[in-house]
Design a protein around this ligand. Structure first.
Ligand code: HEC
Length: 111
């Protein structure tokens, strides 16, 4: 294969890669549907009802993504993290992005 063809093939791959990157920004509606199970601990409105459990409403989206990934791959393991590891193992990267978008979209004070 000529160098020119290789470069063109690379450009095609890069072009197809873009929608994947774009969809990394989560879909809050899909996240809401997925969040029913989370509400048991983090509240319907993202404000935890259980003392010692964190509020998620209005949290920074990128932070939520990194927190969920850290539970999923067991990088976060101290304190009550095992509770969340169990919740995060079943989530795909898309689920995580959607859940993060949803909780980030909620008003931080609840309601
Ligand atoms: C059984 C109760 C429970 C359920 C269900 C649950 N969580 Fe959690 N979650 C916790 C606890 C407890 C912590 C604090 C863990 C720690 O100390 O690291 C936590 C922490 C988190 C954090 C980190 C918050 C921060 O400020 O660092 C995120 C994000 C999170 N949960 C998202 C979710 C999502 C999304 C779901 C649903 C898929 C969910 N949780 C379901 C109990 C729960």
């Amino acid at each position: 294969m000529s160098l020119k063809k290789l470069v063109m093939a690379g450009a095609v791959v890069a072009t197809f890669a873009v929608p994947g990157v774009a969809s990394a920004a989560g879909d809050a509606e899909a996240g809401k549907a997925k969040a029913a199970v989370c509400a048991a601990c983090h509240g319907q409105n993202g404000i935890a009802q259980i003392p010692g459990y964190p509020n998620l409403a209005g949290q920074n989206e990128a932070y939520l993504v990194s927190a969920l990934k850290a539970y999923k791959n067991k990088q976060r393991s101290g304190g009550q993290a095992p509770v969340m590891q169990g919740q995060a193992t079943g989530l795909s990267d898309e689920d995580i992005a959607n859940l993060a978008a949803y909780y980030a979209s909620l008003p931080a004070g609840g309601k």
